[in-house]
Design a protein. Sequence first.
Length: 287
Amino acid sequence: AHSPTDLSELLKEGTKESHDRAENTQFVKDFLKGRIKKELFKLATVALYFTYSALEEEMDRNKDSPVFAPLYFPIELHRREALAKDLKYFYGEDWEEKVQCSEATQHYVDRIRHVGQHEPELLVAHAYTRYMGDLSGGQVLKKVAQRALKLPSTEEGIQFYTFDSISNAQQFKQLYRARMNALDLDKNTKERIVEEANRAFRFNMQVFDELDKIGKSLPEAAQDGGFPVHNGKGDLRKCPYYADKLGKAGSSCPYHAASALAKQPLVQLILAACVAVAAGAAAWYLM
């Protein structure tokens, strides 16, 4: 049982609105539908690299600080090395010479640097926002990206989403929340952490908006089979698999043709992906 004054509960309740807004940005909705262009995915990976580089350097700086030390899990959580592997896969051996920090990402990085150097207790907000999301909705995006971009089954290009040192994500998230709740923080500091978490969401949304603008200038890529991976809102009723199971996909249903072809291997793969992503999207909301 959690107390309403627990930091984990305050963060969960205090960031609900920001969480919903972030999930409903055009970039995230398109991503969930499998409408992610490879060049845009590469740029998103670049943004993540600079963000996590800053975050993890500041976490290393404050690893002995009592306001952050209990949340220091470098082996389990740190993403910089995984992101470097992804960038090497996408850009080649000389990837460091080819990538640069975007304007929106730089604003995010600057804030993380400021927090790490002047208000280390607020690092909790940035770590919570990023890592808990990676272990929840991030696992949905991993599956969508792998299929939509036809990435190798050996997970090149999506190492960022792979946490080899965490065998059970749900149990680890419970441990992480328990550690947050055990931090010796007063009411005012907890409120500042919630405020900072909302600020972190805003920085993420600014990066999403920046990527969305860039995406509009890129040529459209044909989607595999012509079917969306997911409707982007977690509504199972819009999934062809759901309609077929309930026997409600009549001749007027826009997914009737998909249901009729359900025995074909390609369509089965698409429908299975839809169910998996929908279930994962629900887990995102329960982060």
